[in-house]
Design a protein around this ligand. Structure first.
Ligand code: NAD
Ligand code: ZN
Length: 344
């Protein structure tokens, strides 16, 4: 089968032919219908050899949707031909966090060698993918697979971050979204659909700011030296009650720190390597900083329901396997509008 793999440090993704994997006991083989490209794929492919902790070769793709094609021994309650979105942050399944559906915060997964598909286990950027357990399948129903694949990460991750701040985002408050890429363009829509906050979006590209307005941002601005003053002005000097940084480099984290309101909530979602040392005098009184990871199983069902209700939608660029390397290059160059998705 065709697969997009990272095979050699520093060489980027490659399209290769590999064996179709067999589902073991309890596992499910899906025929992949669509798989999204995430900037986190570049995070790992840009790591130098001494920091690279993932297996090689690694089949990429931690955003996937597919149709059940073969069941491993002992799988019941799932039928061949049914369509599912894959819940990616796999946990041990039995601890307190997992019992609440918060497998993204399972404290045992790493030590047990459990890794998400595409970020350790073989991913969805292939003709077939193995899902380790049926609890990691979210029914797709009548959702379009290509338009849904990226809801599993680019939708779920902002949803999880926003859910934690939702109580603060009352009418009259402001939320700032930094970085209007795959995650950010969905973050804006989720803020509009689930909160009453005014949404300000910041990016370095005019095309992205145009997309931000199209998907519902009330105000857009360039993420430059004037951004702090503009956001202060738009919030009547108070600052934003929540800032979602979908870039995470030092300049964007600094922007978040300088625009957060008292008692506000900074979410560093992007893994750009910046830091925000906190102490009594480094942020306004009461402000909190969080670095959320992916999202929970119930939240994935809620994200799919939001899409089903028409309240959010992924802005998709479609590519075939043969264009995967080119699509990854566009993502690296910041040229993708919304999310690039491989359609086998
Ligand atoms: P993307 O490439 O689709 O989008 C990034 C956006 O940021 C682009 O629109 C780009 O123009 C913009 N940008 C770049 N520099 C900027 C700056 N200085 N100011 C404002 N905007 C700027 O990336 P993505 O796939 O949406 O991922 C976003 C980040 O989130 C990445 O770091 C990714 O690794 C990370 N991520 C984290 C989690 C998590 O669980 N925490 C999950 C998925 C992705
Ligand atoms: Zn991702």
């Amino acid at each position: 089968m065709k697969a997009v793999q990272y095979r050699e440090i520093g060489k980027g993704p490659e399209v290769v032919d590999i064996d179709v994997p067999e589902p073991g006991p309890g596992e499910i083989r899906l025929k992949v219908l669509a798989a999204g490209l995430c900037h986190s794929d570049w995070f790992l492919m840009d790591l130098p050899e001494d920091q690279y902790v993932y297996p090689l070769p690694l089949t990429l793709g931690h955003e996937g949707v597919g149709e059940v094609e073969k069941l491993g021994d002992g799988v019941d309650g799932v039928q061949v031909g049914e369509r599912y979105a894959i819940y990616g942050p796999w946990g041990c399944g039995v601890c307190h966090a997992c019992a609440q559906g918060k497998e993204n915060y399972c404290p045992h997964a790493a030590e047990m060698g459990i890794a998400p598909p595409g970020l350790g286990a073989p991913g969805a950027m292939a003709e077939y993918v193995i899902v380790d357990d049926k609890r990691h399948l979210a029914p797709l129903g009548d959702l379009d697979p290509v338009e849904s694949a990226s809801l599993t990460d680019a939708g779920l991750t902002p949803y999880h971050a926003i859910a934690a701040a939702r109580d603060k985002l009352t009418p009259g408050t402001t939320a700032v979204v930094i970085g209007v890429g795959g995650l950010g363009h969905l973050g804006i829509q989720i803020l509009r659909a689930t909160t009453a906050a005014t949404v300000i979006a910041a990016d370095v590209s005019d095309d992205k700011l145009e997309l931000a307005r199209k998907v519902g941002a009330h105000h857009t601005l360039r993420s430059d030296d004037d951004a702090v003053a503009r956001i202060r002005e738009l919030t009547g000097g108070e600052g934003a009650v929540a800032v979602f940084d979908f870039v995470g480099i030092q300049p964007t984290i600094d922007l978040a720190r300088e625009t957060i309101a008292a008692d506000g909530f900074i979410h560093i979602v992007g893994i750009g390597g910046g830091t925000l040392p906190t102490g009594f005098f480094s942020t306004p009184y009461g402000a909190a900083v969080r670095a959320p990871y992916w999202g929970t199983r119930p939240e994935l069902l809620e994200v799919l329901d939001l899409a089903r209700a028409g309240a959010i939608g992924v802005h998709v660029e479609r590519y075939g396997f043969d264009q995967a390397v080119e699509a990854y290059q566009r993502l690296h160059d910041g040229a993708v509008q919304g999310r690039a998705v491989i359609v086998p």
